[in-house]
Ligand binder design. Structure first.
Ligand SMILES: Cc1cc2nc3c(=O)[nH]c(=O)nc-3n(C[C@H](O)[C@H](O)[C@H](O)COP(=O)(O)OP(=O)(O)OC[C@H]3O[C@@H](n4cnc5c(N)ncnc54)[C@H](O)[C@@H]3O)c2cc1C
Length: 372
């Protein structure tokens, strides 16, 4: 079997890379082992224009957001589904200090921030003592649907092998290309998430794997809570159309999930024994929800995975300095939904047309380290 690009992994990175490669006229084949938990399957799917306790603008968001929005819309049109919806994030202040931080930030740069018209608008559903601000527009990606529909299409086209990729079987020639079992490929690109952190090709990159857990909960009393108190963040029509509500935050986040359920999370752990769901997280999160919600809830699922985060919080895209047939698209950290569409496109165009990859993301910046 011959292909231009062999892709390892069908998370958000591998899915977008295959999509853009096709647009660039290159052939591809994906190898992905079905797993219960992957970073893309555990993610809420939120794209927020601001980040952190200081509510600063997310890196490159003015470019990433419109790009991602358009890419999700186009992919959705091709696969017959809506993959992205505009939302507002209702940010309940957990402390008076957080309220002040929001107000200070609002005074400095209100581009993505709003103050509500009615501070008590969510009283029926939530307990909160220090008011709230609104962050928007945010976007919520339906990752479960996007991954499932993309996978289905790949299988129909016989462009996906559902098996584990065994690195020791990869033959990297002196000349061009690679060989894996009966597959000859011009390039192999690793989109295997946190596995690259321990791979023989990429383990020298400064990965900083970070575990996250989330609960999927049923909150019948919150469904259709509408847009109370969101004020004039201009998303009303779309939200009403899709019956969704806002995303809520008070220390933890509460985001609409599939089937009318909610995603609640998450943890950020740099040090962990195992990668699965823990009782400690479930109990702690249920206690926080109990305290926060005025309406009953029930846990129906528990997710856990490891984010392929990096020490300098920038992605890894490009080709190995010593093995130009071997590439990577990884290191999306906590922001795969906004970064993956953009950098997958850069990598595909780099391969097809030789166009540059943004230096902050190009693995060329680690040429010395990778050449050891
Ligand atoms: C709890 C949690 C919440 C998150 N919330 C958000 C959010 O709201 N917004 C956001 O933007 N980001 C969020 N993230 C981060 C986001 O999930 C990641 O940045 C992104 O999913 C990484 O995608 P990926 O394709 O690189 O890796 P993955 O999704 O891990 O995909 C890797 C794929 O490679 C396959 N694979 C690996 N090794 C092999 C092998 N040897 N053989 C075959 N297949 C293999 C795996 O099965 C998997 O399908 C969250 C992450 C977590 C854990």
């Amino acid at each position: 079997m011959k292909t231009d690009v062999l892709i390892i992994g069908q998370g958000i990175c591998g899915t977008f890379l295959s999509w853009w490669l096709e647009k660039a006229g290159l052939s591809w084949l994906v190898i992905d082992e079905q797993r219960l938990f992957t970073a893309s399957k555990a993610a809420a799917g939120l794209i927020s224009p601001v980040t952190g306790r200081r509510i600063v603008k997310t890196w490159m968001i003015d470019e990433l957001l419109p790009f991602a929005q358009d890419a999700y819309r186009r992919m959705g049109e091709e696969l017959g589904a809506t993959f992205v919806e505009q939302k507002s994030l209702v940010d309940f202040f957990p402390t008076p200090q957080m309220r002040l931080a929001f107000l200070d930030r609002y005074a400095e740069d209100p581009q993505y921030l709003q103050l509500p018209e009615n501070e008590r608008a969510w009283d029926e559903y939530f307990r909160y003592d220090f008011g709230y601000g609104v962050i928007g527009p945010c976007w919520l990606v339906d990752l479960p649907r996007l991954l499932a529909l993309s996978r289905k299409r790949m299988l129909e086209r016989q462009a996906l092998l559902e098996e584990r990729f065994e690195a020791e079987l990869l033959i990297v020639g002196e000349q061009e290309g690679v060989r894996y079992k009966d597959i000859n490929a011009g390039h192999i690109i690793f989109c295997d998430g946190v596995e690259s952190a321990v791979s023989r090709w990429w383990n020298l990159l400064p990965f900083a794997p970070n575990k996250g857990e989330a609960l999927i909960v049923d909150i019948p009393g919150l469904a259709g809570a509408g847009l109370a108190g969101i004020g004039s963040v201009g998303t009303d029509d779309m939200e009403r159309q899709h019956g969704g509500t806002a995303v809520f935050k008070k220390g933890i986040s509460l985001a609409p999930w599939k089937d009318g359920l909610y995603w609640v999370g998450s943890s950020y752990e740099w040090s962990f024994q195992d990668t699965g769901p823990t009782e400690v997280f479930r109990k702690r999160t249920e206690a926080v929800l109990q305290d926060w919600l005025r309406v009953p809830f029930k846990t129906v699922e528990h997710l856990a995975s490891v984010r392929p985060a990096t020490l300098e919080r920038r992605p890894f895209a490009g080709f190995h300095p010593r093995h130009p047939a071997i590439g990577i698209l990884n290191g999306m950290g906590t922001k795969g939904c906004s970064l993956a569409p953009y950098f997958a496109s850069q990598l595909a165009n780099h391969l097809a047309k030789g166009s540059p990859i943004l230096p902050e993301a190009d693995v060329k910046r680690f040429s010395r380290v990778l050449s050891h």
